[in-house]
Each structure stands twice: as structure tokens, then as C-alpha cells.
Design a protein around this ligand. Structure first.
Ligand SMILES: [Zn+2]
Length: 109
């Protein structure tokens, strides 16, 4: 059994990035909103049953609501190919990204 965590779990907004520089942008997490009350929901733990699939557990930050649930997150498309590709991983390239990549591969005029 997991230890009791204070409620609401990590729902303070102090972790928000204040600067608009790229490093701060990368530290921002995806904002998850409670499907019931539209307040912020925090992700808590996750499982990774496959390299391209996560199960993420979320908890609503609104104590008056208290919803908790599981999100399914799948890597659906590739927008920028890996420079260290794992050949066991096949995530389709987005059509728009494929066009850009083909243009980059085409001989320059
Ligand atoms: Zn809620």
C-alpha cells in the first residue's frame, strides 16, 4: 500500500515556468484538466507497458471535486525523426513532416 500523500498532491502553481526562454518552455509539463470541473489535474504515477504507450494516473486538484482517473498516452506520429533510431520502434511520420523531410533530402538547385 502506498504511503498517504497530502491532498491535493503537488497542485501548487509555483512550479510554473515564469521565463519564456526555451529551457523553461521545455520544463513545462502538459496541462491536464479535470474532465468534470475543468480545474487543473495533476499526473501522479505512470506505467509503461510498451515503449510507445503510457498509462498515467491523474488526480483533480479541486478538493470539492476529487476526481481521479487514468489517461492512456500513445506516441502516434513522428514529427522529427530520431538520430538514434531503435529499429524495433515504428512510429509513422506525420504527412506534413514527411513532405518537409523529402524537401530537405531533395537535391538543392
Ligand atoms: Zn475536478
Amino acid at each position: 500500500m502506498a504511503a498517504q500523500t497530502p491532498y491535493p498532491p503537488r497542485c501548487t502553481r509555483s512550479d510554473r515556468a515564469r521565463s519564456s526562454d526555451l529551457r523553461s518552455e521545455r520544463r513545462k509539463s502538459v496541462r491536464i484538466t479535470c474532465p468534470h470541473c475543468d480545474e487543473r489535474a495533476m499526473t501522479r504515477t505512470s506505467k509503461r507497458p510498451s515503449p510507445v504507450f503510457y498509462e498515467v494516473y491523474a488526480q483533480c486538484c479541486n478538493p470539492a471535486c476529487g476526481w481521479g482517473g487514468k489517461l492512456l498516452v500513445e506516441f502516434a506520429t513522428t514529427t522529427s525523426p530520431s538520430r538514434l533510431p531503435n529499429h524495433n520502434i515504428n512510429i509513422p511520420v506525420e504527412p506534413d513532416s514527411r513532405r518537409v523531410l523529402l524537401e530537405q533530402l531533395a537535391p538543392h538547385r
